[in-house]
Design a protein around this ligand. Structure first.
Ligand code: ZN
Length: 187
């Protein structure tokens, strides 16, 4: 029993350091478009999601009101359950081993770079970043994904998916209008 408690403690401590490192860098992002990287390793895969704040909660920058803060809290809570956002076939027997979600602030842009969404160029962007580890009993059964993500986050329009598996790479976009992907042969 003591051993189990210890391993739970490790899982809960680890995300803090990952979050702190991730917060150092915020890449440019395109509102409406998130990035989902999938790396397959044997019976497990990692999911790495980066999504603009506007996609997830409808705004970027600091949460200014209680409503904003509750939107962020609700989003982080839902983002911490990846298999409810990215639905895989049940016979894959997949479960979430770990889920780390962070809201990352971007530094204010220097030099007033033109913004394509009409917002103040000096305003900081924010991004939700999440890292997941998923373990499956039969990963070969994971031949498709339904992106409930788009139902949960109505401002999200596209996910740019990058799958890496035993040397092979697959890149494709999943869009709100067709929220599914056929993974046959990719994992
Ligand atoms: Zn932004």
């Amino acid at each position: 029993m003591a051993v189990m408690k210890f391993s739970v403690l490790v899982l809960m401590v680890l995300p803090v350091s990952l979050t702190a490192q991730g917060a150092e860098v915020l890449q440019e992002h395109e509102h409406g478009t998130g990035i989902l990287k999938v790396t397959v390793s044997g019976p497990e895969f990692t999911l790495s999601l980066a999504a603009p704040g506007v996609d997830i909660v409808g705004f970027e920058g600091p949460a200014a009101t209680d409503d904003d803060r509750s939107l962020v809290a609700g989003a982080i809570s839902d983002l911490s359950r990846p298999l409810e956002l990215f639905l895989v076939p049940e016979n894959g027997g997949c479960h979430t081993v770990s889920a780390n979600v962070a809201l990352v602030d971007g530094a204010p842009e220097q030099g007033g770079e033109a913004s394509d969404d009409g917002s103040d160029g000096a305003a900081s962007h924010t991004e939700f970043q999440a890292e997941y580890l998923i373990h499956c009993q039969d990963i070969q059964a994971v031949d498709e994904v339904q992106f409930a993500y788009f139902d949960r986050f109505p401002n999200a329009r596209t996910l740019r998916v990058h799958i890496q598996s035993s040397g092979a790479e697959n890149l494709f976009d999943v869009v709100r209008e067709t929220p599914m992907a056929n993974l046959a042969g990719m994992l």
